[in-house]
Design a protein around this ligand. Structure first.
Ligand code: NAD
Length: 353
């Protein structure tokens, strides 16, 4: 059994990762400050598992992180904690600079101190895995793919802050020898995703009879990956990835936003037909484009496939079907997110300051 300090484990991808790691027999310490994106209801099923411990706190709190590292002696730190929503970064970039850049820096400082104190034999066994995004590469034209060699060209405050954290992580390896690996993944979808992101927003708005807002002409293309495939890729990189390297993770599922929304409407038409008998497509409404909206992202994931043997298990067809079924069968989770009650002591789990 390994002990993993997971940061941001109450968020979308982090909570899916925590479930997977616990199911594989790992011990997980989940450090999360519980911003609006952190939701302990996503972890309710494992809250009593003796291999799981939740700690509310900030990755930028050096004293707390030092304490956790000393107390649990983790074999790995997996850093999911971040501000992650592009639109919010346009409205208010400061929190993105604070958590994604300053927070990651503070975390690296604590981890470096902890790692330097480890016995020589244990030093190389340790990993700091930094979870990042393909958005650091900027926008593609009609053709081509992001590889690990693509130069960084971030276009939003979100992607610029993630790019900056990636550079810090790289520098801590080159300068101090910290055994890091970084993953750059495409857009994720699946269970426990906060409904400000495209897919859950469209599912929940459709079911609530609200409009389905599409930016610009709806032709912006993203490469979509089912979240559990992202988590299995991270576990694979943790296990077999080469120290100091970066790995692109993607599903070869390029879809325009409009294609995604049509697909969701068509699946909901079958699973939960509207009373009127008309398609949910009727609820689509085009809205003004996001400023600086990147046109296309697409990942070349051949390195992780060739070096580590990782390939996704889900196609887009199977993943989106599973996702819709999850949102249909987890109405309580959805209601609590929509009415804000997920942020309280209702579960008796949150130690509010
Ligand atoms: P999310 O917004 O759902 O979750 C982020 C989590 O981090 C939340 O639980 C939040 O409370 C926590 N957090 C925020 N600031 C913190 C701080 N200062 N200290 C401790 N915890 C803090 O994000 P997500 O979609 O799960 O993304 C996780 C990571 O994966 C991010 O680093 C993101 O950049 C990256 N990523 C996301 C996607 C995607 O499609 N969602 C794709 C590629 C990479």
């Amino acid at each position: 059994m390994n002990t993993i300090l997971v940061t941001g484990g109450a968020g979308f991808i982090g909570s899916n990762f925590v479930h997977m790691a616990i199911a594989q027999g790992e011990k997980v310490i989940n450090l999360d400050s519980l911003t609006y994106a952190g939701n302990l209801e996503s972890l309710q099923a494992i809250v009593d598992n003796p291999n799981y411990r939740f700690v509310q706190g900030d990755i930028g709190d050096g004293l707390l992180v030092d304490q956790l590292l000393a107390e649990y002696s983790p074999d790995a730190v997996v850093n999911f904690a971040a501000e992650s929503h592009v639109d919010r970064s346009i409205e208010g970039p400061a929190a993105f600079i604070q958590t994604n850049i300053v927070g990651t820096f503070n975390l690296l400082e604590s981890v470096k101190k902890y790692w330097l104190k480890r016995a020589e034999a244990d030093k190389n066994k340790f990993r700091f895995l930094h979870v990042s995004t393909d958005e650091v590469f900027g926008s593609l034209g009609e053709t081509g793919y992001f590889t690990e060699e693509t130069p960084y060209a971030p276009n939003s405050p979100y992607s610029a802050s993630k790019a900056s954290s990636d550079h810090l992580v790289r520098a801590y390896h080159h300068t101090y020898g910290l055994p890091v690996v970084t993953t750059n993944c495409s857009n994720n979808y699946g269970p426990y995703q906060f409904p400000e992101k495209l897919i859950p927003l469209m599912i929940l708005n459709a079911l609530a009879g609200k409009s389905l807002p599409i930016y610009g002409d709806g032709k912006n293309v993203r490469d979509w990956l089912y979240v559990e495939d992202h988590c299995s890729a991270i576990l694979s990189v943790l296990d077999k990835g080469k120290i100091g390297k970066t790995y692109n993770i993607g599903g070869h599922n390029e879809k325009s936003n409009l294609e995604i929304v049509y697909k969701i409407c068509d699946l909901l038409d079958k699973a939960r037909p509207r009373d009127t008998g008309k398609s949910y497509r009727e609820q689509i409404a085009y809205v003004k484009d996001r400023p600086g909206h990147d046109r296309r992202y697409a990942i070349d994931a051949s390195k992780i496939k060739n070096e580590l043997g990782w390939v996704p298990s889900e196609t887009f067809e199977s993943g989106i079907e599973k996702t819709i079924q999850w949102y249909l069968h987890n109405a309580e989770w959805c209601h609590h997110v929509c009415d804000g009650s997920y942020r309280g002591e209702r579960l008796g789990l949150v130690s509010e300051e």
